[in-house]
Ligand binder design. Structure first.
Ligand code: AMP
Length: 407
């Protein structure tokens, strides 16, 4: 057993067309090794693996998730790391949809795998990929406890008025239709980090967290408990995202079906993969969008304005729902790196006690930081998210607190 890897957690995030993994120390947060398997099922796939100062990259056909994970395991072994002998205390799986079944991190056994499979109808892109990740990892590392950490779990506390859609109750109950929320691990981690940064007890804080990445979501958190979030039954609701439309009149779906003869699959494709910033401006990467805005591209400008408008709408809604807010925190790729979005989404709110300081907002840093002015009643922060570390900690905690971890 290597001393450096002893006590570490292997975190696996098996997504629809990519898999991320990271070997991480739950106590120190140190990342010992990490990798990305992407473009699974496409003509040309890629595996990147970082370990210590070294990095490996392979471009090859990766037919499916199983093949990708096997290739990754081979690369890891070739670089001299034997995962079975590394002293790993848990494998933490990022799982997307826990439905009404999973509210806490759980040890994964056959019954849990079956439940996650059954929940696939609620997350058809994600849960099946999660299950394959679990199966391959359990077969490769059968003597290590496997722990599932669910993206929906943090939002289990949503009060009924926030979780309920105003549709026929019988239909909703029969099909499990309610608002579940996603990115929960990030919202929970970031809100805890924000309280720590401010040196405040999280129980005393009203918070808004804006997780702005390729997928984007907002949450309202009171005393550490989520009371609302922008994503719903699926990760399609809410903010404008890279390729997803966010909130839309459900009548649009009916209209497209009835008048444009689009089938369910085509509408799914349109709203999930060809909408949002990409649908409006033709690009989904925010850096490219901003370059286009700078060049005077009108479609890009409209996409940016629609994105900001929706964001402000949610900030306003959550301010009122919370009855006032102590801290607003930006996180994820766009939230951590894009000063324009931070400035514009909170511009002109001095009367509400929200003032962003330009110099602080424009300064580059990868650390948690305050960007509000000294006179701002509301603290505005940037806090880097770290879902892998949050999952590693949750998994290690479960294993530590369990007398007899199941394997
Ligand atoms: P995530 O899903 O959290 O990885 O975030 C991905 C998004 O963050 C993409 O739209 C990126 O363009 C955006 N992003 C990453 N770095 C930057 C940056 N330095 N400036 C602006 N946007 C960025």
């Amino acid at each position: 057993m290597s001393e450096s890897t002893a006590g570490s957690v292997l975190v696996l995030n098996s997504g629809s067309s990519s898999i991320k993994f990271q070997l991480i120390h739950p106590d120190t947060g140190e990342s010992l090794a990490s990798g990305l398997i992407e473009r699974i099922g496409e003509p040309s796939g890629r595996i990147v693996y970082h370990h210590g100062d070294g990095a490996e990259e392979r471009n090859c056909l990766i037919p499916d998730h199983r093949a990708g994970l096997t290739m990754a395991a081979n690369i890891i072994a070739e670089t001299g790391l034997d995962l079975r002998e590394a002293g790993i205390v848990a494998v933490g799986h990022r799982l997307v949809h826990g439905g009404d079944i999973f509210y806490e991190p759980v040890f994964i056994d056959n019954a849990v795998v079956q439940s996650i499979s059954i929940l696939s109808s609620l997350a058809p892109l994600h849960n099946p990929a999660n299950v394959i990740g679990i199966e391959v990892a359990r077969a490769a590392l059968p003597d290590i406890p496997h722990v599932g950490v669910f993206d929906t779990a943090f939002f289990h506390t949503l009060p009924p008025e926030a979780a309920t859609y105003a549709i026929d109750r019988d239909v909703a109950e029969k099909h499990g239709i309610r608002r579940y929320g996603f990115h929960g691990t990030s919202h929970q981690y970031v809100s805890a980090q924000a309280a720590e940064f401010l040196g405040k007890d999280i129980a005393e804080l009203n918070q808004i967290v804006l997780h702005l990445g390729n997928g984007a979501s907002a949450s309202a958190i009171s005393g550490g408990r989520a009371i609302d979030t922008s994503m719903g039954l699926t990760p399609l609701e809410g903010l404008v995202m890279g390729t997803r439309c966010g909130d839309i009149d459900p009548g649009v779906v009916l209209y497209l079906h009835q008048n444009a003869s689009l089938g369910v699959g085509q509408i799914d494709d349109l709203l999930n993969r060809h909408s949002g910033v990409k649908g409006l401006a033709g690009v989904n990467d925010f850096r490219t969008l901003l370059t286009l805005v700078g060049e005077g591209d009108e479609s890009a400008k409209l996409a940016y304005d629609v994105y900001i408008h929706r964001l402000r709408k949610y900030v306003g809604a959550y301010l009122v729902e919370l009855g006032g807010v102590d801290v607003i925190t930006f996180t994820a790729g766009v939230g951590e790196n894009n000063p324009d979005v931070r400035r514009d989404s909170l511009a002109g709110l001095g009367r509400l006690g929200i003032v962003v300081d330009n110099d602080r907002n424009n300064s580059n840093s990868s650390a948690a930081r305050r960007i509000s002015s000294d006179g701002s009643d509301v603290q505005v922060l940037v806090v880097p998210t770290n879902e892998e570390l949050a999952i590693a900690r949750a998994a290690a905690k479960l294993v530590k607190g369990s007398a007899a971890p199941q394997v």
